[in-house]
Design a protein around this ligand. Structure first.
Ligand code: ZN
Length: 255
């Protein structure tokens, strides 16, 4: 297996994984849902004069990306045996009065960091008040989608063959992605941005029949877009760890 970085920022990473097959690529993608992520799980409202129901606000709070300390553990595996303690539960308080928009930066608490502080929670009119306390726990996206760490998707890289091209350039005009370029006495296709619509293949069929393409069976382009809790690189390495742990459990069960 070989990994090639295409681009990487704190929010998104794109890279090629070579030398695997479709099921292994999909196993890596699915294992992302096994990474523990911190999210608000219970909310207690003391005052809510806003136009939104308590349930609506609680749902919004559940989607606020939170960064858990490294020492945090799943509540089910904690020494407190699920009661909730400093090692497995982060708590927040929010107290606001209108008129204004309440942002995630107004959540004050201990045990965790708000990853994105400019998410609007609710709009309060003049003299409207909001007061609540919330508890956040670590869980995986298998339990609930709010514990998702981001979006992960992949596609097979196109394998493109160009033979007998006379550089007529007609395929350049028809390509909706603009990935075909004239080079020397032929064309080149940027396979990273090609989505295999095959418009060029269909057009060329009646001319020179010079272009053919098929999805690779071994090379895949991965994209990871983080919701803010973990860096994309960390998401990938954690998904590999989760897959490894599952395989070890399976091996043990088979034995
Ligand atoms: Zn605990």
């Amino acid at each position: 297996m070989k990994i090639e970085k295409i681009k990487s920022t704190s929010g998104k990473a794109t890279f090629i994984v070579r030398g695997i097959d479709f099921s292994f690529a999909n196993a890596l993608r699915r294992s992302v849902s096994e990474i523990p992520v911190l999210a608000v799980d219970t909310v207690e409202f003391y005052k809510n004069d806003s136009a939104l129901y308590d349930e609506f606000l609680a749902h919004r709070l559940g989607l606020v990306p939170l960064k858990a300390p490294k020492t945090f553990t799943l509540r089910s595996k904690c020494t407190c045996k699920g009661k909730g303690c400093l090692k497995c539960t982060a708590s927040f308080k929010l107290k606001a009065k209108g008129s204004k928009t309440v942002y995630t930066s107004e959540l004050k608490g201990r045990g965790a960091e708000i990853a994105l502080k400019e998410i609007p929670i609710v709009l309060l009119e003049k003299d409207q008040e909001l007061e609540l306390s919330a508890e956040a726990i670590l869980e995986t996206a298998k339990e609930h989608a709010k514990f998702s760490t981001g979006l992960t998707w992949f596609n097979a890289l196109p394998e493109i063959t160009i033979k007998g091209c006379d550089a007529c350039g007609k395929c350049i005009e028809i390509c909706p992605k603009g990935v075909i370029k004239l080079k020397d006495k032929g064309i080149t296709i940027n396979s990273l941005n090609c989505d295999m619509c095959e418009a060029c293949v269909d057009l060329c069929k009646d001319l020179k029949d010079a272009i053919s393409m098929k999805p690779s069976e071994t090379d895949f382009l991965f994209n990871i877009e983080s919701f803010g809790q973990l860096e994309p690189k960390k998401i990938f390495s954690e998904s590999v760890k989760a897959l490894d742990a599952n395989l070890k459990t399976l091996t043990k069960a088979v034995k």
